[in-house]
Design a protein around this ligand. Structure first.
Ligand SMILES: [Zn+2]
Ligand SMILES: [Zn+2]
Length: 138
C-alpha cells in the first residue's frame, strides 16, 4: 500500500497497486508550479487509488488537458489528471511516506531544464522539442 498526503494532512491518497512509472520532469510548467528545479511524478492506476479529504481540494488547469488538484488549506499539489491518460493519477513523489518504494527510471524535458540545476545521476535523459526524444547525452 502506497500512502500519500498533503502537508497538512487534510487530503490523503492510498494506492493498493505499484506505480506504473516514476519519472523526473524538467519542463517549465512543472518548474513554475512546484517552485523547484524539477518534479518527480509517480503514475498510479486510478482504479487502485482511494482519495480521502477531496472536499479540501481545488483544481487548476494549466493546459486544456491537465487538471492539477491542490489542497486549499496548505497549497500542496496532491495529484494531476490528464485527459489523454484518464486511467492515471500523477502524484508528486514528495507526498509519499514510503519513499523506498519509488524508483525513478528517467528524466523528461531535459532540454528545458533549469540552467542552475545539474543532473547528478546516470538515468536516461529525454528532451528535444517534445520533451520525450532520447538525448545522446542520456
Ligand atoms: Zn493540506
Ligand atoms: Zn513537467
Amino acid at each position: 500500500m502506497l500512502e500519500a498526503a498533503c502537508y497538512c494532512g487534510a487530503v490523503q491518497l492510498h494506492c493498493s497497486a505499484a506505480p506504473e512509472s516514476v519519472i523526473h520532469c524538467h519542463c517549465g510548467q512543472c518548474r513554475r508550479l512546484s517552485g523547484a528545479a524539477f518534479s518527480t511524478w509517480v503514475s498510479l492506476p486510478r482504479e487502485a487509488c482511494v482519495l480521502s479529504g477531496a472536499d479540501s481540494l481545488s483544481v487548476y488547469s494549466p493546459t486544456p488537458n491537465g487538471r492539477r488538484h491542490f489542497c486549499r488549506a496548505c497549497g500542496t499539489h496532491v495529484f494531476t489528471e490528464d485527459a489523454r491518460m484518464p486511467q492515471i493519477y500523477g502524484v508528486p513523489a514528495g507526498l509519499f511516506s514510503e519513499a523506498a518504494a519509488l524508483h525513478p527510471s528517467q528524466h523528461f524535458f531535459v532540454s528545458h531544464k533549469a540552467a542552475w540545476h545539474q543532473i547528478g545521476d546516470a538515468l536516461p535523459q529525454r528532451g528535444g522539442a517534445s520533451g520525450y526524444e532520447p538525448l545522446a547525452s542520456g
